[in-house]
Design a protein around this ligand. Structure first.
Ligand code: FE2
Ligand code: FE2
Length: 277
């Protein structure tokens, strides 16, 4: 395990001279693995794969952080190239899902094309993740993350039915960690389980309490002051050397993280490459 880890932000809400959309995808080169973590909505992935020179045909795994459309929409196109990859996700990734706000109901679950791609996979290429697991040595997937903190309100306008009777706990939300000699590099999708819940869980199941870096969506856009302040205090304790918030973190929360945690916070944008020796 001497090669550097390399994480390329393939799709994000922000980016310069690359395609952008409300979505997230990362290309992770770690040890002998090549992992596509999420696929964005579908319009930005392949243009950026070509522009950034990523060889998706060499993917050993595709990991889906959860079933929202902005993480799964590019799956069909991705699997068209990643023909050898195994797919890792929680079974709830396939659930119908809705965002319900006053006067607006939207379907936000896995799109039909991605669902069809899933259904056409041979069982040998599917790995359902319902508990913490190692994808390969040094690469962990959380599985469902216990919601234990009192201040991380992980709710939202999310429902499993169009009538809004069944709140969606987004049980399938999972994150990924990479083990390095200097600690763990954590990759999050939307982090619907809450960032501190996620980090606590990863430290517990990995046996390593050193968080080296955090990259991904942190879903703090609706966080109240208590949650923001307490999350920042927790981050001071975890003391990662690098935090790359992006996607659904929220502009105000990103500014606050940077203000309170300083230069270790670097705003994520599509096209960035982060390397870890
Ligand atoms: Fe998202
Ligand atoms: Fe999400």
């Amino acid at each position: 395990m001497t090669d550097p880890l390399r994480i390329t932000l393939l799709v994000d809400n922000r980016g310069t001279d690359v395609a952008t959309e409300h979505g997230l995808s990362m290309w992770i080169e770690a040890f002998d693995q090549r992992i596509l973590f999420d696929t964005g909505q579908g319009s930005a992935l392949m243009p950026n794969v070509r522009q950034l020179g990523i060889d998706l045909s060499g993917a050993s795994a595709v990991v889906l952080s959860h079933g929202h459309y902005d993480h799964t929409g590019g799956l069909s196109a991705a699997l068209g190239m990643a023909r050898e990859a195994t797919i890792h996700a929680h079974p709830d990734v396939l659930l119908p899902r809705y965002s319900i706000r006053p006067g607006a109901i939207r379907q936000i679950g896995i799109p039909a094309g991605a669902r069809a791609a899933f259904d056409s996979l041979p069982p040998t290429r599917l790995r359902w993740v319902e508990q913490p697991t190692h994808l390969a040595p040094g690469i962990g997937i959380t599985g469902p993350i216990p919601r234990t903190t009192s201040y991380e309100d992980t709710g939202g306008p999310f429902f499993l039915d169009a009538a809004g009777q069944l709140p969606d706990p987004i049980t399938d939300d999972l994150s990924l960690w990479l083990e390095t000699p200097q600690g763990l590099v954590v990759c999050t999708g939307c982090c619907h389980a809450g960032l501190v819940n996620t980090l606590n869980h990863i430290c517990a199941v990995s046996g390593d309490s050193r968080i080296r870096a955090i990259i991904g969506g942190l879903h703090l856009l609706n966080a109240d002051e208590t949650r923001l302040a307490t999350t920042i205090e927790a981050l001071r304790t975890f003391n990662p050397g690098l935090i790359v918030p992006c996607h659904c973190t929220g502009d105000a929360a990103m500014e606050r993280l940077a203000r309170d945690l300083g230069e270790r916070v670097r705003f994520g944008t599509a096209g960035q490459v982060w390397e870890f020796d």
